[in-house]
Design a protein around this ligand. Structure first.
Ligand code: SF4
Length: 486
């Protein structure tokens, strides 16, 4: 069997941008270098696929041992089908140089049923395109599928008091056969386009635009955007839809933005600051930061959102505080949760005490705090009134930027703590530290608490996590101090 040219992921890449497909296959060395944080993000999601196998137990997994053995998996899948195997995991098919691996294939009295598993809480258009491609390849390679379903995560699922996960309740199964059947002509045409592009000896001429960021951030941005300023990303006041619309229209340079009519007033103000390289801080924020009471607490926290809940009462992707820090004139503390589940209530209660006595609490992102504390209140209703009192005293730096109270040239629309701190207080970035982002902190926490291993308080890993948590509180304080002096 000849080697395939397209796979599900390369087809989707080409669906987003044919040039990205070409570069991926023919000029992979031009790809942006992934940071440790981006790599950690990509590695998530496999465990949800494995859990979905519990929906249809007893299957045989035909995943290849190595990338050179995909065609072996195709043959093995066919052998199992011929032998009457009822459930096959990673069932592999190839047609017209396209190879797909379906998460679960099940034989029933009504025929073969296909299930593709997604670790998300909702279905996007890309998932339908992905399903339509699989349906096309499987049907044309000779298997008459009776139905195709997408399987995704039920965000309302709650792990019960026994702590035993029920895969039937954790997942939602949505049959999409009708929708993807109507996409078959389009899929066949697109495969032809993509194969033609890959047969060419030069990359297709495609301009930069909205497709560089959506549905996935392209990993050739460094190459294609070289020498082009994306000033649009430096104006946090643009809404998601405004940003998308302007990218589609090719409006992302300062000069194009200045010419644009009908900008929202806050975006206009931020654009002026960017043009003149001048920060803006309003009197309210300056006064707030310069008159903070002596017992103000700068509070930071690191959140973990496990796709598969491990602790009783938790839902998929629910916020769990794994580390927090306080910083004040008298206090400089960091605390790390001692395990995956452990006594979460005691951990949270320990957090409440100092916050209760603070006159003012300053956090970077107030929305994150609100969501997290309301989820804590759902878990432990007896703490609700204490948590509400904390919320009344809390103020968020990020929300002040979003409300137009201050802006510094260099801010980007995602308003990350370290970027804001770098521009407001001119402090160094976290990347000098072993752990420099929440994603890396969570990855390290998961590694050291795997199988509920006890934490070694003196270990380098624990020290790195504590340092990171403390540096978040410290950066929040530095921002406030710089704003008061501005
Ligand atoms: S950066 Fe944009 S134009 Fe370049 S390959 Fe990626 S999506 Fe295509």
């Amino acid at each position: 069997m000849e080697k395939h040219i397209l796979s599900k992921s390369t087809f989707i890449k080409g669906h987003q941008c044919l040039k990205a497909l070409y570069l991926h296959k023919k000029r992979p060395f031009l790809r942006d270098k992934l940071s440790a944080e981006q790599l950690a993000k990509f590695k998530r999601g496999h465990e949800v696929g494995e859990l979905a196998q519990q929906l249809f137990p007893g299957g045989i997994d035909v995943s290849p041992q190595s990338p050179s053995q995909y065609q072996k998996s195709v043959l093995r899948t066919q052998e199992l089908i011929d032998a009457g195997q009822k459930v096959i995991y990673e069932a592999t098919f190839q047609f017209n140089k396209v190879l797909v691996m379906l998460d679960i294939l099940v034989k029933t009295e009504n025929g073969w049923q296909a299930y593709e598993v997604k670790s998300s809480r909702s279905l996007s258009q890309t998932y339908f395109t992905d399903a339509a491609l699989q349906y096309y390849v499987i049907r044309n390679s000779g298997l008459n599928l009776a139905s195709f379903s997408l399987v995704y995560v039920n965000e309302n699922y709650v792990l019960d008091q026994e702590g035993a996960l029920n895969a039937n309740h954790y997942f939602i199964i949505q049959e999409v056969s009708e929708q993807i059947r109507s996409m078959q002509t389009e899929i066949a045409q697109e495969i032809e386009f993509e194969l033609q592009v890959l047969a060419s000896d030069h990359s297709p001429k495609i301009e930069i635009g909205a497709h560089c960021f959506s549905p996935y951030p392209c990993d050739f941005q460094g190459f294609c955007w070289k020498g082009t300023r994306n000033d649009l990303s430096k104006i946090p006041a643009f809404t998601e839809s405004e940003r998308k619309e302007m990218l589609v229209q090719g409006v992302f340079r300062m000069e194009d933005l200045m010419r644009r009519e009908g900008l929202n007033p806050l975006a206009k103000k931020q654009l002026d600051c960017l043009l003149n390289n001048t920060p803006f801080v309003n009197l309210e924020t300056k006064t707030f930061c310069s008159t903070l009471p002596i017992n103000t607490l700068y509070f930071s926290f690191v959140l973990r959102q496990a796709a598969i809940p491990e602790c009783k009462g938790f839902s998929p992707y629910q916020n769990q505080i794994i580390a927090y820090s306080f910083l004040s004139e008298q206090k400089n503390e960091a605390h790390l949760f001692s395990g995956r589940c452990g006594d979460y209530k005691a951990f949270v209660e320990k957090l409440i005490s100092p916050l209760r006595f603070a006159s003012q609490i300053v956090v970077f992102d107030l929305i994150d705090l609100q969501i997290t504390l309301s989820q804590v209140a759902q878990l432990f209703p007896e703490l609700t009134s204490e948590l509400e009192k904390i919320m009344e005293k809390a103020s968020g730096i990020k929300q002040r930027i979003q409300q137009g109270e201050f802006y510094f040239p260099g801010f980007t629309f995602d308003l990350e703590l370290q970027d804001v701190a770098r521009h407001v207080s001119k402090t160094s970035v976290f990347s000098k530290q072993a752990v420099y982002s929440d994603v890396l902190a969570v990855k390290l926490f998961e590694a050291i608490t795997k199988n509920n291993a006890p934490l070694s308080i003196d270990s380098d890993e624990v020290e790195s996590l504590m340092d990171y948590s403390q540096s978040k509180a410290d950066k929040t304080r530095q921002i406030c101090e710089a704003l008061s002096a501005s």
